[in-house]
Design a protein around this ligand. Sequence first.
Ligand code: FAD
Length: 437
Amino acid sequence: MSVREREIYDVVGVGFGPSNLSLAIALQEYGPSGDEISSMFFERQASFGWHRNMLLPSATMQISFLKDLVTFRNPASTFSFVSFLHASGRLARFVNNQDFFPTRQEFHQYLEWAQARLADRIAYGSEVTSIRLPGEGQGPQDRLLLEVAGASGAPARVVEARNVVISTGLAPSMPVGTERDERVWHSSEFLEKYRQVDPGELRRVAVAGAGQSAAEIARFLYDDLPHAEVYAIIPSYGYSVADDTPFANQVFDPGAVDDYYFGNELTREAFWRYHRNTNYSVVDDDVIRELYRRSYDDEVRGVNRLQFLNLTRVTGTKRVSGETRVSLQGGPDAVVRELAFDALVCATGYDAMEPAGLLGEVDRLCLRDEAGRYRVERDYRIVTDPALRCGVYIQGGTEHTHGLTSSLLSNIAVRSGEIAGSIAARRAATSRGETSR
Ligand SMILES: Cc1cc2nc3c(=O)[nH]c(=O)nc-3n(C[C@H](O)[C@H](O)[C@H](O)COP(=O)(O)OP(=O)(O)OC[C@H]3O[C@@H](n4cnc5c(N)ncnc54)[C@H](O)[C@@H]3O)c2cc1C
């Protein structure tokens, strides 16, 4: 066998967004030197990218810069946002801004700076296509094989992992009956598609959705296309504000994960019932006000460039002689009508991470609850059949067990520390000859 076929790591990460980037740092900073936890991370994008297609010029973070990759776990880490500012020579000027919320463009620079310091552990342009068992009928399995596809034509790379950490992110969701095409885009592909079109061809554009991305795109299109009419297609009566007041914000504290995880069904339901509006289908106050101001100023000037179609949903699209015809159901009588646009952006959200397809045959060893959801330990490890001793951890897809921070950045520093600690503890138990479960 060649050396490449026998690559074995303590940890293999699938996907390299902020979650696994935070984990890579936590592993590096974990425990005594000389007892390194070996790791390798695979990312299908050609280089690091965090929601690149939504890096709109004025878009800001929805969390404090102190909720970076490391600070809540290790405030002394050299991978903090403050360390990045210091290294970039911008610390004093950033502080003069007196603002907790940097732009997403600046946060992206921070993430790029951090990942560049871990380059030896990351393979870009590398998609994990399957995870499988090394062999059946050979007793408990303490490793998994991951098949990784690289550049087209190159043979697949196969690596062995004692622990796998899946962090493949959210899956874009389109309205029912709507397919993407050259002029129907999901917000996750927005800037890339937008830049491919001559702005002069975009005279009438629409944005569907009532969340932060929808409002940001509507504002961007209004400003960037001064000749165009912009339609905001909103299922509610108007944008609702994101509650980021201090008491509500506590749902994103690290301690809230314990309250959720060890809570009963009633307490968990209370988190969702009372605090959905901290994150889901809501918009930051300043963005709402800026949009309203634009529409009001238009009215004063006697123009009508920004239109809000309230209580309205997209029910289908078709392309007819160069036009995108969009079926809309809405208004007080819920009638269906058709409007033509030069482009439609569906900022209609995402589905939770679902790793079953990637896990393939391994998935049948991952235990589920009565509702068919993964059973997940407090340390983010999926509960597995005793025949599987290899740890399968997930970052994302744990809303039902760990609560609202599951797909967000708020808790990634602490979560990564917990996962790194769990992996180290299990490894120590194994080397003492104990069965780690
Ligand atoms: C526009 C936008 C703005 C946001 N802003 C905030 C914010 O301000 N605050 C906040 O808390 N949350 C925010 N979020 C939520 C978002 O989920 C987190 O910011 C963050 O992206 C979660 O990181 P992640 O690493 O778990 O997932 P992702 O960032 O989605 O990264 C997953 C990575 O896995 C890769 N991948 C997928 N499948 C494979 C595979 N089979 N093999 C290899 N690689 C694979 C993908 O290419 C991707 O790079 C925002 C979301 C969006 C869409």
